[in-house]
Design a protein. Structure first.
Length: 94
């Protein structure tokens, strides 16, 4: 079973991700967070195999969270962040 934590400040996005992940037989959401501070706490307290991370969080950049996760949990898979702004996607790929 793949244990996933979702991080997004929009409850509807977290619910949607949870539904999509729940539809997979080998995946489950084991935690969620709505901001960077909560994300770091949940990730430290909850055993997980992957994190789905929004780039625009209210208290810090998702990139800051990603950087911290990469240094503290180098083997934890984190897909490319979810971008709300097309310009951010362009800047990320440059």
């Amino acid at each position: 079973m793949i244990r996933v934590i979702t991080v997004d400040d929009h409850p509807v996005v977290r619910r949607g991700l949870k539904q999509i992940i729940a539809a997979e037989q080998d995946m489950q959401v084991v935690g969620e967070a709505e901001n960077a501070r909560e994300a770091i706490h949940v990730i430290h307290q909850t055993a997980c195999d992957a994190v789905v991370l929004d780039i625009t969080l209210p208290d810090a950049s998702g990139l800051d969270v990603l950087s911290r996760l990469r240094s503290e949990h180098p083997t934890l898979p984190v897909p490319p962040p979810i971008f709300n702004e097309p310009i951010l996607l362009f800047q990320w790929t440059q």
